[in-house]
Design a protein. Structure first.
Length: 447
């Protein structure tokens, strides 16, 4: 294998970029409303347990596959399991990322447009109907398509510059800004009258409010919030130096992900409770409920702008990883120009995203299996392809990948005892697959 492969310039760059890939819509948009709908503190505690046990194990697995092969997702499985059908796991990941991008970037476009409106002072206004504004942004054809195009353009520009000069450099600015903005918002939220009621709801576990369905939601949220399952992390870790400690790097990403979920809860729930709003508002929480709340506080427009900008940063850093797995699949061994492949990939994703972008307007009545294009694609990716991808990766790392290489990658750059390796292998052999199957069956609505 060639060693002329581009690498991350530092461990920090890799961790920030990988954390950026994981911290996206799931951590900032989905987590607060799912936690709000499932008991708050009890949900958060269960989410942490699952993230440490299940999510961390899967993240380590993808890192080992990527660095062990030193190739992007498709070629990695060809390299580690030559002349076998396991290559379909990488292909499933590339296809899944493509479909995920087709609607993820639609939401990214909404966030981009909302950020522009907020910064220019056109969101918060006296007597404003935030539900109507959301309907206009999502339902007007030209706004949805323009938002999608602009969001993808940013991705194409960044990824055209490569790993070090593109993704890593962007994340070194965006991730610190994300944390700074988050801390400012948390401080402001905690100083509101009645904020402690929101803090108690989020941090004080009350297991009387949790249900079996809520536990499964927490498990699924912990699983999907780390961007595992589509081999994005296989591609990212293929650029990782051989001397880096994989379990430590994965643990850093998990800690940052949990910390961002904590910040998201502390930024949102005190505001919601302070203004007497309902924490279980669902997906409209960030686009409709929070603008209404921020409009009632001094400098509300400024704090809403900060929140939307950090939301934009998180959405971008996550979309970088999704588009990178596609680009890297076509630029392996430098056979094609990265900039050209990035542009073509962006155009193709834009075309594929048009039905999802129009699903809230002119194509709202066009249905697939009783769902809009947006919802049908989301269901296919999140409820079927992603759990299957996770299951196949778990089976591959335990039953197909060379055990000696697995051990070498796990222990490289660290002095972890054999007992830690055995514990991780036990989790990957039994706990993770069974957990994935439970989530998968639940997602399909079979129980």
């Amino acid at each position: 294998m060639s060693d002329q492969r581009e690498q991350w310039s530092s461990k920090l760059g890799f961790i920030l970029s990988t954390a950026g890939a994981a911290i996206g819509l799931g951590a900032i948009w989905k987590f607060p409303y799912v936690a709000g709908m499932n008991g708050g503190g009890a949900f958060f505690l269960i989410f942490i347990i699952f993230t440490v046990l299940i999510g961390l194990s899967m993240l380590v697995s993808e890192f080992i596959i990527g660095r062990g092969a030193r190739r992007e997702a498709i070629t990695a499985y060809k390299t580690l399991a030559p002349q076998s059908a396991w290559v379909f796991v990488g292909r499933l990941g590339v296809l899944g990322c493509f479909l995920l991008l087709s609607f993820y970037c639609v939401v990214g476009g909404w966030v981009l447009l909302y950020s522009g409106l907020a910064v220019s002072g056109n969101v918060i206004a006296e007597g404003a109907d935030y539900g109507q504004l959301f309907a206009q942004v999502t339902g007007t054809p030209w706004t949805g398509l323009v938002g999608l195009a602009l969001f993808l353009l940013i991705n194409v520009i960044v990824l055209s510059f490569g790993i070090k000069n593109g993704i890593e450099r962007a994340n070194k600015y965006l991730m610190p800004l994300l944390f700074i903005f988050f801390l400012i918002l948390v401080i402001r939220s905690l100083t509101l009258e009645g904020a402690m009621e929101g803090v108690r709801f989020f941090l004080q576990p009350d297991f009387s409010n949790i249900t079996g369905e809520g536990i499964l939601y927490a498990l699924g949220q912990s699983f999907f919030s780390l961007a595992v399952g589509f081999s994005c992390m296989v591609t990212y870790s293929s650029y990782l130096n051989k001397n880096e400690n994989i379990p430590a790097a994965a643990s850093s990403v998990v800690v940052m992900n949990i910390f961002v979920s904590l910040l998201a809860g502390l930024a949102i729930f005190p505001v919601v409770f302070s203004f007497g709003l309902e924490p279980a508002e669902g997906p409209g929480l960030l686009f409709m409920v929070l603008p209404a709340a921020f409009s009632q506080m001094p400098l509300g427009g400024l704090f809403l702008s900060l929140f939307l900008l950090l939301f934009l940063f998180a959405t971008l850093t996550s979309s970088f990883s999704l588009l990178e797995i596609i680009i890297s699949a076509f630029t392996e061994n430098n056979k094609r120009s990265r900039a050209k492949v990035a542009l073509i990939s962006g155009v193709v994703v834009f075309l594929a995203g048009i039905p999802a972008a129009l699903s809230f307007g002119v194509l709202a009545d066009v249905q697939l299996f009783g769902k809009t294009f947006f919802d049908a694609t989301d269901y296919l990716v999140s409820n079927i392809m992603l759990p299957l991808g996770c299951l196949f990766i778990a089976l591959f790392i335990v039953h197909r990948m060379d055990r000696k290489l697995v051990s070498e990658e796990f222990t490289a750059g660290n002095s972890l005892s054999a007992s830690w390796l055995s514990l991780w292998l036990f989790l990957m052999k039994w706990v993770v697959p069974l957990t994935i199957i439970v989530v998968f069956i639940n997602m399909l609505g079979l129980f």
